[in-house]
Design a protein around this ligand. Structure first.
Ligand code: DGJ
Length: 731
């Protein structure tokens, strides 16, 4: 039974009352973080673990640990400063307006209040009275989902500006015995590869410095396991990410006493921030879920939080689609496209998505080296404009969507010729291109207007447009803003101002067009964060659509994101048969990027049936609970399933991932999860390839108890490398 939160009242203490130690609990149903002031008024973290039954015992916790350390007891500071007697990695490092580099924060007051979105918001005011410098720590806790969003606001009332050198969003402290960190990264088309390692004494930092397309090499998603390696159904895990669409840095510091300090925030790299008197600097949010029952429960809670409280239209519907990128690349015209509308219709998907290459005239976009920035229809390819395409698609009975990459410019473009001052580049150095392009300076309000204007014009002119794919293919090289120079703002603000500019554009887009689905794409995997998900309905995980690779990638993304936001397209990547490709894409939001008209008869029949089947179970994938059943990193198959809310229906995806002769793929049944043990179910294989008969007996009835203890062998084999099983309650 859930306790009544310890404090849901306003509490104010003056700086003189420190003799009485103050305890501030950050509570969720399954976790408790206790913050406690010292006699001197410093705020420390004294507990992070399972909740205690009696709130009256909170005050006994600190004494059970030995927080005296070689550094004068500062390891567990709730927000570690620098320049005084702290010698560990600081959360906040700064220079006061008089040049002094010291900062000491003491507790002043705090309040806890219920929010309208079912969370409890705790805010704690800390102050360096010596310097009129304040920090407010925020903890927004969703009790049911065990999700915490943590950020910080920094301000001061000194006469001159101060300089912030490092400004973490969160500074957590763990007192477990050993820690394993799983982080994710790699490069284009190999995104989200996992690396699990034991954290040992010292600092393990992970970061990115790429600016835009920030996660290309390193993702901000992390799993911290506090009881040995991360396990699906046991152990304490923290799963999260910094919701910031640019440079981040995490420091995991195992200190001398074996405890772990975790600092997360904007990467201080090239980002010293000059904070004016009266200005408030708000850090991005660290969002994390805590579970003491492993990664499975943590993910399900995070998914349900994301759908309910974060992702735009998180509980809504999505559109299946046919994309033309890999079918045509830049080589298309009106006739080719209208023929593809027919393919989309025949396939049975909801929408046709026109990708890159539809725009620019002086420097036509016939390759990735020209035209980016000139957002007028290319007259040769599309003489009758977008409006005509929208009409033709509608006539065919499919919706129409379009690709844009509004933050970027090719030097070979009219935009570049007309507005060189809008481009991020070092004025005195040679330009350096990433995919033949440069990044526009979103710190500049005129550029923000321009970027907003692209969407605004497209949607104003074509109100029937039903989908946007918003791409972002370049990192920031030569970070320099002509605009910031004119404003006399230091260049070290560029990454932050760019990102704020991006959010401001997205806010304007959503204020005017609240509903249209927008895919967040960044050449695949370069973006995907919970701040942008306030404005985007889905994201593109990777250009790598080889289904075998996608199983691992989608598996890894599934720790962090619900399937409804994870776009998975069937393409010609990989050597696997169409069935395998479709079955893999069906575990997320299904799309196609193939020349559907060229499929042979059997494949075409299969694809059409598979889209119908997807429509019949997509509600489970998009809105149900996900259970990872068999881990492809440890087995010869991968299996995961989605179950609806009342546990009356489930869909189980099984894939062969290793076809060695020694394979154990069929040795053991796949044990289901998330069903009702007392319910009875019938099983049916879906997406059976034409001409094959399923071995599953649809008349047989199984108890949930049986399926969750013994399970069912999907019998994946080289002849049938993927098997989808639907379980339906027998009433
Ligand atoms: C990168 C994206 O990931 C692809 O899907 C495609 O849209 C290209 N950009 C187009 O340039």
């Amino acid at each position: 039974m859930k306790k009544v939160p310890f404090i849901i009242v306003l509490l104010f203490l003056s700086a003189g009352l420190f003799a009485q130690e103050m305890i501030i609990p950050i509570e969720t149903n399954d976790n408790l973080m206790l913050l406690q002031t010292s006699r001197e008024g410093l705020l420390n973290t004294v507990y992070f673990g399972k909740p205690l039954e009696g709130t009256e015992e909170y005050s006994n916790v600190a004494a059970s640990y030995n927080f005296r350390d070689a550094n004068g007891g500062i390891y567990n500071a709730t927000y570690t400063t620098s320049g005084t007697w702290n010698l560990v990695e600081p959360a906040l490092e700064m220079i006061q307006s008089d040049g002094n580099t010291s900062l000491e924060l003491k507790y002043v007051s705090h309040k806890q209040e219920a929010t309208s979105d079912n969370a409890v918001l705790t805010s704690i005011l800390l102050e360096d009275a010596q310097y009129n410098f304040q920090v407010v720590l925020y903890y927004k806790a969703w009790t049911k989902e065990n999700v915490i969003e943590q950020w910080t606001e920094i301000k001061h009332t000194q006469k001159e500006a101060v300089v912030l050198k490092k400004f973490a969003s969160a500074n957590l402290y763990f007192t477990n015995k050993e820690y394993y960190l799983t982080s994710f990264g790699n490069e284009w088309a190999k995104e989200m590869q996992r690396n699990e390692e034991k954290l040992t004494r010292g600092i393990k930092s992970i970061d990115t410095k790429l600016g835009t397309r920030a996660y290309l090499l390193q993702s901000p998603n992390f799993i911290l396991s506090c009881d040995g390696k991360a396990a699906e159904n046991t152990g304490t895990v923290v799963i999260g990410q910094l919701a910031w669409s640019s440079n981040f840095r995490y420091d995991f510091e195992v200190v001398a006493n074996g405890n772990l300090r975790f600092l997360a925030g904007i990467n201080p790299f090239a980002s010293e921030y000059t904070l004016q008197p009266g200005e408030t600097f708000k850090t991005p949010s660290l969002i994390y879920v805590v579970s003491h029952k492993g990664t499975g429960e943590a993910s399900r809670n995070l998914h349900s939080w994301a759908r309910d409280y974060r992702v735009l239209d998180g509980n809504g519907e999505r559109l299946t689609l046919l994309n033309n990128w890999e079918a045509t690349y830049f080589d298309f015209d009106e006739n080719k496209l209208t023929a593809l509308f027919k393919d989309a219709k025949e396939l049975g998907v909801d929408l046709f998505l026109l990708d890159d290459g539809w725009f620019a005239n002086k420097y036509p976009r016939n390759g990735d080296n020209a035209g980016l920035g000139d957002w007028q229809e290319n007259k040769k390819k599309l003489p009758n404009g977008i409006g005509y395409l929208v009409e033709e698609a509608t006539k065919e009975g499919v919706k129409f969507g379009i690709w844009i990459e509004p933050e970027m410019v090719n030097p070979k473009s009219e935009l570049y010729e007309n507005h060189p001052e809008w481009v991020i580049r070092q004025p005195e150095r040679p330009e350096k291109y990433f995919r033949n392009q440069l990044v526009l300076d979103l710190a500049n309000p005129e550029v923000q207007d321009f970027v907003f204007g692209i969407v605004d014009k497209l949607l104003d002119n074509n109100p029937e447009l039903a989908f946007i794919k918003w791409d972002c293919n370049s990192v920031i090289y030569n970070a320099h803003s002509a605009y910031l120079e004119t404003q006399k703002v230091p260049q070290t603000h560029i990454y932050i101002e760019y990102t704020k500019g991006l959010y401001s554009v997205m806010q304007r887009v959503r204020a005017k067009f609240p509903k249209i689905p927008i895919m967040m794409c960044s050449g695949g995997g370069g973006r995907g964060d919970y701040e942008l998900f306030k404005y985007f309905t889905e994201f593109w995980p990777s250009d790598d659509t080889d289904p075998l690779e996608r199983i691992y990638m989608q598996w890894n993304y599934s720790y962090f994101f619900p399937a409804i936001v994870t776009d998975c397209h069937v393409t010609d990547w990989g050597k696997q048969p169409l069935k395998y490709r479709v079955d893999v894409a069906s575990m997320g939001k299904l799309g196609f990027d193939i020349v559907a008209g060229e499929l042979n008869e059997k494949d075409k029949q299969f694809a059409q049936d598979a889209v119908k089947n997807y429509n019949s179970f997509k509600d489970l994938v998009w809105h149900g609970d996900m259970y990872r059943l068999v881990n492809p990193y440890e087995n010869d198959i991968a299996a995961l399933m989605y179950v609806n809310n009342d546990k009356s229906r489930a869909i189980v995806f099984n894939y062969l991932v290793n076809n060695r002769y020694m394979s154990t793929a069929t040795t053991r049944p796949v044990v289901f999860a998330g069903l009702d043990a007392n319910k009875k179910y019938r099983l049916k294989e879906l997406n059976v390839y034409p001409g094959r008969r399923s071995w599953i007996d649809t008349e047989k009835v199984y108890s949930g108890d049986f399926l969750m203890k013994v399970g069912m062998n999907p019998n994946v084999s080289l002849r049938n490398t993927s098997v989808l099983i639907e379980a339906t309650e027998v009433l």
